[in-house]
Design a protein around this ligand. Structure first.
Ligand SMILES: Cc1ncc(COP(=O)(O)O)c(C=O)c1O
Length: 420
């Protein structure tokens, strides 16, 4: 017997492919544009200088001479790649040094370096959880968290984004599931840029006996006096069981880390499939991340964290004044308002977002576009993000482009969503 179903049919009949082709035809395809130089505040992209408001290079360290030197030194000493798994022939003293310094920075017993942040989440969740356990995740959590849950085959209970009452409801239900319970949230949410209410989440986890893991991808090197992330800023470092972070944002490199108790980290070291069955991070990436960690932990760190947050406030305020709908700041317990380097502009309609992207791109500003399924239907947004190294003149030029694009767009298509 021969099957009549071609597994490749999905590739030919895919709705997203049709959507992308339609966008490409009218020049409004916002993805896969090509950089022709380093990720700096202004980049060369497809033959033109464009203000980069779409990177996660929050501290601007990808162009820092010391970080580049860290990469060069590692490349010279160890070569281009290690051609093997951390488990076998792929562990360098550089990986172990980075693990020690990350654990010291985060104040945890131990840390484990993965090749990417995605693998860190998949490895941790896929290994710690098992069928019979329950994982409770915020609906705004990063896709890599969801991938880890899928690998684990634990029961997923998702709760509505940042809704503590929904989390409590999920915890009540999860206790009846009969297995262990892990709550996992982003510290700073990657799309909305808002912050998880960690003290309240810790209280609930304690009340229901659940463990808590926080993904600090967008908060490491940004939040807290030491730059150790949301857990530090909100004073819950010793109440959170596991912390994940990536090197692909503030640390200007590529890689990921899980930090927590020694026994759990050692368990991951010998059991996590996405750690064992892949090649270890290349020397240049590890050397760059280590140099960036050292800058964050030096006297220079706080000024850098302050600068990126100042820029975020400036861009957020400017966009709000222009009448764009922005995500409101997170109000902290002491009454201060926090705006993280992720500053989304809410648009609503997918096509409107693509047209705005095109107009901004042509005006010399690059932003990221998030459409369904990355966001809920009707929740399309332009995800802008700043670096510590953006100067005010550059941000002002970007805001002027936003103003001109908004005027022209609204004259033709009617008003965009406004307010917070
Ligand atoms: C919240 C969050 N977690 C994890 C990741 C994955 O990190 P990496 O890019 O290092 O694979 C990302 C990256 O986009 C992220 O935004």
């Amino acid at each position: 017997m021969v099957t009549s179903i071609d597994v490749f049919a999905k590739a030919r009949e895919n709705e997203r492919i049709a959507q992308m082709n339609a966008a490409r035809e009218i020049g409004a395809m916002p993805y896969f544009h090509v950089l022709e130089g380093p990720t700096l505040p202004v980049v060369e992209m497809e033959g033109q200088a464009r203000i980069m408001l779409g990177s996660n290079n929050y501290l601007g360290l990808t162009g820092d001479e010391r970080v580049k030197q860290g990469a060069r030194d590692a490349l010279e000493r160890y070569g281009t790649g290690i051609t093997g798994s951390r488990f076998l022939n792929g562990t360098l003293d550089l990986h172990l040094q980075l693990e020690r310094e990350l654990a010291e920075w985060l104040g945890t017993e131990a840390a484990l370096v993965f090749t990417t942040g995605h693998q860190a989440n998949v490895g941790a969740l896929g290994t710690i959880l098992a069928p019979g356990d329950t994982v409770i995740a915020d609906s705004g959590d990063h896709a890599s968290i969801m991938d880890g849950v899928i690998l684990s085959r634990a029961k997923l209970r998702a709760f509505r984004h940042n809704r503590i009452d929904r989390l409590e409801h999920a915890l009540q239900r999860a206790v009846e599931d009969g297995g262990g319970v892990l709550v996992v949230v982003d510290g700073v949410f990657s799309t909305e840029g808002d912050v998880a209410p960690l003290p309240e989440i810790c209280d609930l986890c304690q009340r229901y006996g659940a463990r808590l893991m926080v993904d600090e991808a967008h908060a490491l090197g940004v939040l807290g006096a030491r730059g150790a992330g949301t857990c530090e800023l909100l004073g819950v470092e010793d109440r959170v069981d596991l912390r994940m972070a990536t090197f692909s944002k503030s640390l200007a490199s590529c890689g990921g880390v899980i930090a927590g108790p020694m026994d759990v980290v050692e368990f991951l070291r010998i059991q996590a499939r996405p750690f064992i069955f892949t090649a270890s991070g290349v020397p240049a990436a590890v050397g760059a991340a280590l140099a960036a960690v050292r800058i964050c932990r030096s006297d220079e760190g706080p000024a850098l964290f302050g600068r990126v947050l100042d820029n975020a406030r400036y861009l957020h305020g400017g966009l709000r004044e222009l009448g764009f709908r922005v995500v409101p700041p997170t109000r902290l317990a002491d009454g201060t308002e926090l705006i993280t380097p992720v500053v989304p502009v809410l648009v609503g309609d997918d096509w409107k977002a693509a047209f705005l992207w095109k107009a901004l791109y042509e005006a010399g500003v690059f932003v990221n576009v998030m459409i369904h399924p990355a966001v809920p239907p009707g929740g399309a947004l332009l995800r802008t993000s700043v670096m510590a190294s953006h100067d005010r003149a550059t941000l002002d030029r970007a805001l002027a482009a936003f103003a001109a694009v908004k005027r022209a767009f609204e004259a033709e298509h009617g008003p965009l969503p406004a307010g917070e």
